[in-house]
Design a protein around this ligand. Structure first.
Ligand code: PGA
Length: 252
């Protein structure tokens, strides 16, 4: 982890968990723990809880993120949420291209690309997720799959001096399975992603991009993962749902 250039980010993806009152209670507890943390912290509650959680985290070290967005500002798109609505609700970050969206909801590299553009245009920080399936790893396609996801996801994206980007490497086989990638596997992929980012983006933007690891991160493995040289943080699912457990990760 390069502390000089990039302050680590620990992000909690709450997925489709928590009612409004549960989300507010967890966020309130987390704000208490977060005061003494030396990392950036973000939580991504479900859409229904964003506005209420925004009131709790506003002015605290905990930033708010959404789990998805549509790329249009508004329109006849039943069931979708726009970047304008997310910034209005208090979001600073948005998770884009999570493997569960790619797997179950038809997310493609093209929609991911449109969403990254829309997020940046509205000054939301994209948390751009990439990762290979178990079958792709076994057939030695990990690097070609990641290369394609990165190139297509960022194709023609107009970055400027104010743009921020977070990339999350989440091997699909490690999400919610309890199987964590080994630190060697994580470092190898993160170094590869770092080299792709250096090629695609201008310095100093490239240097500011944080690459998070996600997939069964928990208090027991957080510090080992966070100490790898090219790991700048973590995207945490299951272990972010309890503030006390997440606290042990943000204080790794
Ligand atoms: P997990 O999920 O920590 O429960 O494996 C990570 C994610 O999907 O972002």
């Amino acid at each position: 982890m390069n502390l000089m250039l990039r302050r680590p980010l620990i992000a909690g993806n709450w997925k489709m968990y928590k009612t409004v009152s549960e989300a507010v209670n967890t966020a309130r507890e987390l704000v208490g723990y977060a005061a003494s943390a030396s990392v950036d912290i973000m939580i991504a509650p479900p859409f229904t809880a964003l506005a209420s959680v925004a009131e709790i985290v506003s002015g605290t070290p905990v930033a708010l993120g959404a789990q998805n967005l549509h790329w249009k500002d508004e329109g006849a798109y039943t069931g979708e949420i726009s970047p304008v609505m997310l910034t209005d609700a208090g979001c600073q970050y948005v998770i884009i291209g999570h493997s569960e969206r790619r797997q179950f909801f038809g997310e493609t590299d093209d929609t991911v690309n449109a969403k990254i553009r829309a997020a940046l245009a509205h000054k939301l920080i994209p948390v751009f997720c990439v990762g290979e399936t178990e079958m792709q790893r076994e057939s030695r396609e990990t690097f070609s799959v990641l290369d394609k996801q990165m190139v297509k996801g960022l194709e023609g994206v107009p970055f400027n001096s104010e743009s921020h980007l977070v990339v999350a490497y989440e091997p699909v086989w490690a999400i919610g399975t309890g199987k964590t990638a080994t630190t060697d596997q994580i470092q190898e992929v993160h170094a590869f992603l770092r080299s792709l980012i250096d090629k695609r983006l201008d310095n100093p933007l490239a240097k500011s991009v944080r690459i998070l690891y996600g997939g069964s991160v928990k208090p027991e493995n957080a510090s080992e993962i966070m100490n790898m040289p090219d790991v700048d943080g973590a995207l945490v699912g299951g272990a972010s749902l309890s503030a006390a457990t997440f606290d042990r990760i943000i204080h790794f």
